[in-house]
Design a protein around this ligand. Structure first.
Ligand code: PDD
Length: 285
C-alpha cells in the first residue's frame, strides 16, 4: 500500500479512502471482470486490445459498461498522470454492483468500477535475462477461461504451489495438454523454429500480448501454428515462453525437472521480446 490516487465510480480518491460495499458481488460471488494494461514511458501498451476484450467479457456475463470507451481511455490517462506513473500497470475492475446476497441478480444493478496503478519496470525485468521455471499442475479452473473474471483462487493457489516447489510459475494441464500459464499465455518453439501456441477456445484467455506476438511473428517471418501441445512436447521443445501484459515475453527455461534447450533464453524468444517491446512502445498511446 502507498499513497496512490485511485478511481472509484467517478471519483478520484486517496487509496485509503476508497471503499466498496461488503455486498458488492465481486466480493461475494467473484462477479466482476478485470483488465491489466502495461504503462511504459507513461503511455499505454496494446490499449485497444484490452478495451475490446473488456467489452467482450462484460458482454459475455451481461454487465453493461458503466463508462464509454472514450471516457475509459481518459480515465486510464488521468490515473497515469495523477500517480506520475512512468513504468507500471493499470488494474481495472468492473463488478456487477452491490445487492443483498442472492445467487440471482436484477438487471438494473449499478456496476462498481475501480482502477488503481502499480509501479513495475517490466522492460528491465531480470527474469527476461535468466528465464523462469514452471511446474505443471491440473487445470482446475471453471470452463469459461476466455472471460477475464476475478475468480482467481485457483491460479493463485497454483502459483503458491509453484513457489513452494521452488519454481516461478505453473502451467495448467487439461486432458493431457497445456492450456496456459496461471496468469499468462504459454508458447513453445519447435526444433524448426516454429512458434506453437494453443488455438483460441473457451479453455484459454484470448491474450492481448498473444495476439500481438502472432502479428509480430508474421511480420518477422517466424512461422507459427495455433494448436494444443502436451507437456511432453513442451519439455522437448527448443524454447518455451509466456506472454502477458506484465511479463511481455518471458522465456521459460525449465518445465518440472526438465531443462529446456540450453537452460537459458533462446534466440527466438529473445527476438520476439525485443520486437514486442520496440513495436508496442512505438504504437503506445
Ligand atoms: N493476466 N492467460 C491468463 C489466465 C491470464 O490471466 C493472462 C493475463 C493472460 C495473458 O493475457 P494478456 O496478454 O492480455 O495480458 C493469459 C494478467 C496480466 C493478470 O492477471 O495480472
Amino acid at each position: 500500500m502507498s499513497d496512490r490516487i485511485v478511481y472509484l465510480n467517478g471519483e478520484w480518491l486517496p487509496e485509503t479512502e476508497a471503499k466498496v460495499s461488503i455486498f458488492d458481488r465481486a466480493f461475494l460471488f467473484g462477479d466482476a471482470i478485470y483488465e491489466v494494461t502495461a504503462v511504459v514511458n507513461g503511455k499505454l501498451l496494446d490499449y485497444p486490445g484490452h478495451t475490446a476484450r473488456l467489452n467482450r467479457s462484460l458482454n459475455e456475463i451481461g454487465i453493461k459498461a458503466p463508462v464509454s470507451d472514450d471516457e475509459l481511455l481518459e480515465i486510464h490517462r488521468e490515473i497515469v498522470r495523477k500517480n506520475e506513473i512512468t513504468d507500471g500497470l493499470i488494474y481495472l475492475q468492473i463488478s456487477r454492483g452491490a445487492a443483498d446476497r442472492d445467487f440471482t441478480f436484477k438487471s438494473d444493478l449499478k456496476p462498481t468500477i475501480t482502477l488503481f496503478t502499480q509501479v513495475k519496470d517490466a522492460v528491465n525485468n531480470p527474469q527476461a535475462e535468466t528465464g523462469i521455471s514452471v511446474i505443471t499442475v491440473p487445470d482446475q479452473r471453471w470452463r469459461r477461461c476466455d472471460i477475464k473474471t476475478v475468480q482467481l483462487l485457483y491460479p493463485s493457489l497454483a502459483k503458491m504451489e509453484a513457489k513452494s516447489r521452488g519454481a516461478d510459475d505453473a502451467w495448467l494441464i487439461l486432458d493431457g495438454m497445456v492450456t496456459e500459464a496461471s496468469s499468462a499465455t504459454a508458447h513453445i518453439i519447435d526444433a524448426n523454429g516454429k512458434l506453437i501456441t494453443r488455438q483460441l477456445t473457451t479453455e484459454i484467455l484470448p491474450g492481448i500480448t498473444r495476439a500481438s506476438i502472432l502479428d509480430i511473428a508474421k511480420e518477422a517471418g517466424v512461422d507459427f501454428e495455433e494448436r494444443a501441445f502436451s507437456p511432453e512436447e513442451a519439455k522437448n521443445a527448443a524454447e518455451a515462453f509466456i506472454t502477458s501484459a506484465t511479463a511481455f515475453v518471458t522465456p521459460v527455461v525449465k518445465i518440472d525437472d526438465t531443462v529446456i534447450g540450453e537452460g537459458k533464453p533462446g534466440p527466438v524468444s529473445k527476438k520476439l521480446r525485443e520486437l514486442y517491446i520496440k513495436s508496442r512502445i512505438e504504437l503506445s498511446i
